[in-house]
Ligand binder design. Structure first.
Ligand SMILES: [Zn+2]
Length: 259
């Protein structure tokens, strides 16, 4: 559907009032005002971003997230309660942004790196220090697990690694990020590094690699201690590993070892 719209001019934009977080950096009104009259000169992709190059050198960036879809319609956008934004084109066709869960986001920027480089420092980089982690956690009252998964704060900690690092540090994933003492944050920093270094040792082993118990557990492979072990005994204390949902992700921990 996408190449079809190259060369077309957006005549009018509309953002649903029930999608208040869709447009980033600008108000929806300002976004619609600025995008109107712009011609789409090219489309590219960068990671999970769809980038519309506009004739004034601006970029309209769209991140679909989990359930967002950008649909091309010849005559009109289909009526659905999940319609979050519409863009009318100069040949009377439409781009319709439909998003069940409303996690999708869009921007209008003059420099696409403002959007695509919005990742925090990599967890294995020198910038990621105990002090940096302390600063990230201090700003948040959300569960520490959710804070660790926020790629805009720290890049590279996936769901498995977060669970394993928190176990190694003896910190409950449910604990409010800003309630962790400085020495424990330092321990968590070390645990994140250790977990990632072990897991990514060779090249970043896939999870399948370390699920396989049959003698493949090389030096560089992470042996999961809590992830996906719901109901199994903790290797340290024997308590059953628990599973909860935190920030929409399944989270595994030992209720006795992690406080
Ligand atoms: Zn335990």
């Amino acid at each position: 559907m996408l190449p079809i719209v190259v060369g077309r001019t957006i005549t009018e934009g509309w953002v649903s009032p029930n999608a208040p977080r869709l447009v980033q950096l600008l108000t929806p009104e300002e976004f619609c005002r600025q995008i109107a009259g712009r011609r789409i000169v090219d489309i590219s992709r960068r990671g999970k971003y769809l980038l519309f190059h506009l004739d004034n050198d601006m970029r309209w960036a769209v991140h679909l997230r989990m359930t967002g879809r950008l649909l091309y319609e010849k005559n009109a956008c289909a009526e659905t309660p999940y319609l979050r934004a519409t863009f009318r084109l100069d040949d009377s066709s439409w781009l319709c942004f439909v998003d069940l869960r409303k996690f999708g986001t869009m921007w209008l920027v003059d420099d696409e790196s403002l959007v695509t480089a919005k990742l925090g420092p990599d967890a294995l980089s020198e910038e990621f220090t105990p002090a940096y982690l302390q600063a990230v956690l201090k700003r948040r009252s959300a569960p520490v697990k959710a804070a660790l998964l926020d790629q805009g704060a720290i890049a590279g900690i996936g769901n498995i690694y977060a669970d394993e690092a928190l176990f190694l540090a003896g910190i409950s994933p449910k604990r409010a990020a800003n309630s962790i003492s400085k020495p424990r944050v330092a321990r968590l920093h070390g645990a994140i590094r250790e977990t990632l270094e072990v897991a990514l040792g060779d090249r970043g082993s896939s999870f399948r690699d370390y699920l396989d118990p049959s003698g493949r557990e090389g030096r560089h492979q992470l042996k999961v201690k809590v992830y996906s072990r719901t109901g199994e005994p903790c290797y340290v204390c024997g308590t059953s590993i628990k599973r909860v949902q935190l920030g929409g992700r399944s989270t595994h921990f030992c209720p006795k070892c992690q406080k």
